[in-house]
Design a protein around this ligand. Sequence first.
Ligand code: 13P
Length: 255
Amino acid sequence: MTKRIPIIGGNWKMNTNLESGMLLAGAIADQADTCECCEVVVYPPFLYIQAVDSVIDQTSLHLGAQNIWHEPSGAFTGEVSGAMLREVGATSVIIGHSERRHILGESAELISQKMEYSIKDGFQTVLCVGETLEEREAGKTVEVVLGQVKSGLQHVHASKMEMVVIAYEPVWAIGTGKTASPDDAQNVHKEIRECVRGLYDETIANTLRIQYGGSVKPDNAAELFACPDIDGALVGGASLSADSFNAIVTAACES
Ligand code: 13P
């Protein structure tokens, strides 16, 4: 079986301030430096990326952005390009987060354009997918999630798939304290991997990392990471405390 290095992301969303973000990053970097068995990435708000980079520059903690725009420059008020992100130290980008799909109204078409651009621009690119409660209750989880996977990857060539991570984040589990059961999450992750096998090939499917996201906490992380197709987590609320985030990293190392 292919050994995949777990990836634990801390999506800070619109939280922290300059000082607390730098302190948080420093405490996470201290732990990341002691752990070689998983990849750890933090995604601060755009404005703090440069300051966080100054704290973690010489450490093994990776740095990312919560969004990107799919043009290199121009009249796009309020947007941020790949070149700008790279200049301040980001190497990873989250695309298609449910808050951007559902609160900011990002379309599947826009998300696939951003995927193409982010990868061309050299970023590790995390494609977020996930069903709403309504879709889940209508029995459409797999249909919705695989539709988002296919659409998000439509412009991604096989040779670039090593830059892609998929995050399965059921919308009803985000910030609610409700987590998908390990069996339910494993089932969706397996479907995603099978879908990628069909879109690309066996090797790409076996090496692709699929994170779970949605109320991951120190006390539920280990049982999620024990599932064969769950390769880490994208963590929201619990990534805002170094103690809880570091405990999740430890659980991934021990899985
Ligand atoms: P919570 O961990 O707060 O549920 O957020 C998950 C998430 O949206 C990570 O991107």
